[in-house]
Design a protein around this ligand. Structure first.
Ligand code: GLN
Length: 548
């Protein structure tokens, strides 16, 4: 059975709990342990699939088709362990499971209550796969004291009692604000936060304190004394220029030693951090810079395209350059000329998205990249836009568009649907079917699907293989019926589903680097293993930078 590490947060949200959890996972791995990371989210949505990226950031998709919190992306990027459906749960999911069971009669005769029914459901979730790894790291979303988080805190408290003594460790992340007037780091908010945690029965073993500067000895002792932790279990988590320095920085501060000591483990092997030293070296010592325009819709919130930003960084690390990604709202091209705005970029990326708003601007960006021989990577909606652009401007289908933007039921069509609503596809040998009015949650083509790449194509060369598997999250699909027509104009369908029915990749002949993919390669990129498409896209950008 795994040992458990629970990671909670206090004082303010957005302290980087996900990152701290991920970095701790990486440090334990560096010492030879196996880990799995898990996220428990207090909100009432069953999963984040239906939440706006503006509000919640990106939706991270797992191989087994779960739509999860973006923290699972951090976990994967730092540990390389592919997340599963069973690594993410929300209050909504917990209550929905409990209520479903209640209706089925599983608890017949009983009054259903938060304790024990809801907390038992959470504890059952925590136990899944416990015998597969040495350490299970479970992060609780939100901050201690939030009303909706209480059942999770209660469940992890009980869990500590259910497990053999010493098999659960609680790590609490807080903020030490710096008061410039007095030149001091303040410990009081942390003291209050720990008090709150202890009032619900959880005594933290390790305190991780975010601060702008190192914690002076006096403050460290004060925190230890008032929060009832050992002084060497007060870990300073200072602001870092790159998140990829976190494993090294946290190790330097003693995070992994403090956690292991809390378990009473004194004979842990020393960590091998060479992988992270190489990663940090590549991030901090680039030998050049390229500018990439990301033409999207959710550009106000950095987290909305988290994995894309990270995958670009990884591609840069691979080529030893810094990738300066600039986020451009595609709606700007409704008013401004794309050529004026996009001039000088070394590559253009159009990411995934939903809905019609801003799509004409994305089509213009795709046209600009094609006509000016600028490296172009279209992801999901970005591939669909590239296909529509080619259909309109090369194949002469002037009203080419996507069914996403005008339904048959809405009366007269504005567009010829070159991209149509996918209602049937194969998952392995199983046929999946959807209707136009299906529920919005969890009904897309989700998770890992195989694709077959044409031998000799540019993408087969980039992947070094003709058989790949990538993660999907979409409802619409490019129509194979247009393949011949588009290929006659140079847009090659170089990757297709194994049954040959669904286009997965298009590439442009005669263009240095113009690739559209129906899936999300960014979800599988890691700092120590950049995704081949991103590595090569950035290589092409470097080449472009030498031309201009
Ligand atoms: N909205 C498009 C679809 O559902 C693209 C989705 C995406 O970019 N993830 O097919």
């Amino acid at each position: 059975m795994a040992r458990y590490i629970f990671i909670t947060g206090g004082v303010v949200s957005s302290l980087g709990k996900g990152l701290a959890s991920a970095a701790l996972g990486a440090l334990l791995q560096a010492r030879g342990y196996s880990v799995r990371l898990r996220k428990l989210d207090p909100y009432l949505n069953v999963d984040p699939g239906t939440m706006s990226p503006f509000e919640h950031g990106e939706v991270f998709v797992t191989d087994d088709g779960a739509e999860t919190d973006l923290d699972l992306g951090h976990y994967e990027r730092f540990t390389g362990v592919a997340a599963r459906k069973t690594d993410s749960i929300s209050s909504g999911r917990v209550y929905s499971n409990v209520l479903e069971r209640e209706r089925r009669g599983d608890y017949l005769g009983k009054t259903i209550q938060v304790i024990p029914h809801v907390t038992n459901e959470i504890k059952d979730f925590l136990k899944i796969g416990a015998d597969e790894v040495d350490f299970m790291l479970c992060e609780i979303g939100g901050t201690v004291g939030d009303i909706e988080g209480l059942p999770f805190f209660e469940a992890i408290r009980q869990f500590g009692q259910d497990m053999p003594r010493g098999d659960c460790v609680y790590m609490h992340l807080t903020l030490l604000p710096f008061i410039a007037a007095s030149g001091e780091l303040k410990t009081k908010p942390t003291q209050h936060s720990v008090k709150e945690l202890r009032s619900i029965g959880i005594a933290p073993d390790v305190l991780v304190c975010r601060s702008e500067s190192p914690i002076p000895e006096k403050e460290r002792e004060k925190l230890a004394l008032f929060c009832n932790v050992r002084p060497d279990s007060v870990i300073a988590a200072m602001d870092l220029k790159s998140i990829y320095e976190a494993p090294l920085a946290y190790h330097h501060e003693g995070m992994d030693s403090a956690v292991l000591a809390a378990f009473g483990i004194t004979d842990a092997p020393a960590p091998d951090l060479s992988k992270w030293e190489d990663v940090a070296d590549r991030v901090y010592h680039p030998e050049g810079q390229v500018r990439v325009a990301v033409v999207g819709k959710y550009t106000q919130l950095e987290d909305a395209y988290k994995s894309i930003a990270e995958a670009l960084t990884h591609g840069g690390m691979h080529n030893r350059v810094k990738v300066q990604a600039e986020w451009i709202d595609s709606e700007i091209f409704d008013r401004e000329d794309a050529a004026d705005r996009l001039q000088g970029y070394h590559a253009i990326l159009v990411p995934g998205g939903f809905g019609e708003r801003g799509t004409e601007g994305k089509i213009k960006a795709a046209a600009y990249a094609r006509e000016h021989q600028i490296p172009y990577l279209g992801i999901c909606l970005g591939m669909q836009m590239a296909v529509i652009e080619a259909a309109r401007n090369l194949a002469g289908i002037s009203n080419a568009g996507s069914e996403e933007f005008d339904h048959e039921s809405a009366g007269q069509r504005r567009f010829e649907p070159v991209v149509y609503h996918l209602k049937e596809w194969l998952e392995g040998n199983r046929t999946i079917q959807r209707k136009a009015d299906d529920d919005k949650g969890g009904t897309m083509r989700l998770g890992a699907y195989d694709a077959t790449l044409a031998a000799g194509s540019q993408v087969a060369e980039i992947y070094g293989s003709t058989a790949i598997s990538e993660r999907h999250r979409h409802r619409y699909e490019v129509d194979m019926a247009y393949r011949d027509q588009l290929e006659a104009h140079g847009l090659r369908f170089s990757g297709v589903s194994p049954d040959g029915r669904l286009p997965e990749i298009v590439e442009f002949k005669g263009h240095p680097w113009y690739i559209g993919v129906q899936f999300h390669p960014e979800l599988k990129s890691k700092p120590f293993a950049p995704h081949p498409l991103f590595a090569d896209f950035v290589r092409a950008a470097v080449e472009q930078s030498r031309l201009v």
